[in-house]
Design a binder for this molecule. Structure first.
Ligand SMILES: Nc1ncnc2c1ncn2[C@@H]1O[C@H](COP(=O)(O)OP(=O)(O)OP(=O)(O)O)[C@@H](O)[C@H]1O
Length: 396
């Protein structure tokens, strides 16, 4: 468990109030807009910035406790830090950069040099100097150096931010591999919803110096409080699913989740594979009666649990399903016209035509690893199925 319960006032007038607990395993994304305070939070954990008050505890180690006068020096905290830019030593070879990380280790060596080199696919780069590497290669070396310092916790501050889309796509599978193979807790700063969806298990949403929500990814990303961060067109619900069937004739797959099944454009994953489905609130409409003559394939019945006024003419209507819940973004005019209110049974219609799939993404630990087949082209994604488990090709 990672317990962060701190306050800090900066000379610039910025105030941070971070009071949340993150799981002691997996990737927790610190997600929020630029300037919201994400980096400050990981600096506080690393020990490069000191809180005014509060406590920071990682596992059984107290990093900081203002009341007890504890402020563990940075080098004794055992955190690995990966910055936006790689910050490699330019005069050292890749191998020596990695060995430097290894020498900094203060804990028992459980993460081995050859394992890291292989996992990050950097074996062929060992004799090279940083200026001869691509941005993605540099970042992989920087990650390797951080890992070899044997951290108890890895702090990653937008490690992909300086890379173009292609390089990001290249490096993401390595991050997935690191997440799945090493079981090291990671605090991962990002303002990219795509990255968060693909990598994280839990999310702490940061806005204006406050952590406004923290919990499992699917839970946090559906909360209307995230509207200021996500914007109304990205707010949505995420379901963990299993691929249950493919229908080649119609180019559709079926994915099952706790509340039923969804028909989605062909997912490039085998039957039985895990997937994450995302339904954007803007792509859900509501009906008071069972929809019959409509083109929308995916319909789920539920009961309205709450209605929150969103920005502009919209309201966020939360629909409780048997197990989970779904959000629909509807106009306030519709809320009035249909006299929607909590407790009312409704049918949620999810526009299947805007379903999309991705060839790579979330892998649950232990999931079967298979190369994905090409994903079908489809219109902008609404229900995004992120299929699980592709592996990078190690080149080392
Ligand atoms: N050393 C500092 N002294 C004073 N104010 C600072 C300092 N570092 C950052 N700030 C301020 O603290 C606020 C939060 O900055 P922080 O870097 O934590 O945000 P962030 O969410 O990580 O943003 P980004 O995504 O742009 O990196 C900003 O208003 C910033 O100007």
């Amino acid at each position: 468990m990672i317990e962060i319960d701190v306050s800090l006032a900066r000379s610039t007038g910025f105030r941070l109030e971070a009071h949340f607990t993150a799981p002691g395993a997996g990737v927790t994304a610190l997600f929020g807009r630029s300037g919201s305070g994400k980096t400050t939070i990981i600096q506080l954990v690393a020990g490069s910035v000191r809180p005014d008050s509060g406590r920071i505890v990682v596992g059984d180690e107290v990093f900081f406790d203002a009341d007890r006068g504890i402020d563990l020096p940075m080098e004794r905290r055992g955190t690995g830090y990966v910055f936006q830019d790689a910050r490699l030593f330019p005069h050292m070879t890749v191998e020596n950069n990695l060995r430097y990380g290894e020498r900094r280790a203060r804990r028992e060596r459980t993460i081995r040099f050859d394992v890291v080199v292989d996992m990050l696919g950097i074996g062929h780069l060992l004799k090279r100097r940083p200026h001869t590497l691509s941005g993605g290669e540099k970042q992989r070396v920087a990650i390797g150096r951080a890992l070899l310092s044997q951290p108890r916790l890895l702090l990653m501050d937008e490690p992909l931010a300086s890379l173009d889309e292609m390089r990001k796509g290249e490096i993401l599978p390595y991050l997935e591999r690191l997440r799945d193979d090493l079981k090291l807790p990671i605090l991962y700063v990002s303002h990219s919803i795509e990255e968060v969806l693909r990598l994280s298990d839990a999310v702490a949403a940061v806005t204006d110096g406050s952590v406004i929500a923290c919990g499992p990814l699917a839970d946090v990303l559906s909360r209307p409080e995230l509207l200021p961060i996500l914007g109304r067109f990205d707010l949505g619900t995420i379901f963990d699913c299993t691929v249950t069937a493919h229908d080649e004739e119609f180019g559709l797959s079926t994915v099952a989740f706790a509340d039923g099944e969804l028909r989605v454009p062909l997912v490039g994953r085998p039957v039985g594979a895990p997937a994450r489905a995302r339904i954007r609130s803007r792509d859900v409409s509501l009906s008071l009666s069972r929809p019959i003559d409509v083109s929308v394939t995916n319909r789920l019945s539920g009961t309205i649990t709450r209605i929150i006024r969103a920005e502009g003419p919209f309201s966020d209507v939360e629909v409780g399903l048997a197990h989970g819940r779904l959000h629909a973004l509807v106009t306030q005019e519709s809320v009035q016209r249909l006299a929607l209110e909590p407790g009312m049974p409704v049918w949620a219609m999810i526009k299947a035509v805007t379903v999309d799939s991705r060839p790579a993404g979330f892998a649950s630990p232990g999931a079967e690893i298979n190369p994905p087949s090409p994903a079908p082209q489809s219109p902008p994604p609404a229900l995004r199925v992120i299929a699980g488990g592709n592996r990078p090709q190690g080149t080392g």
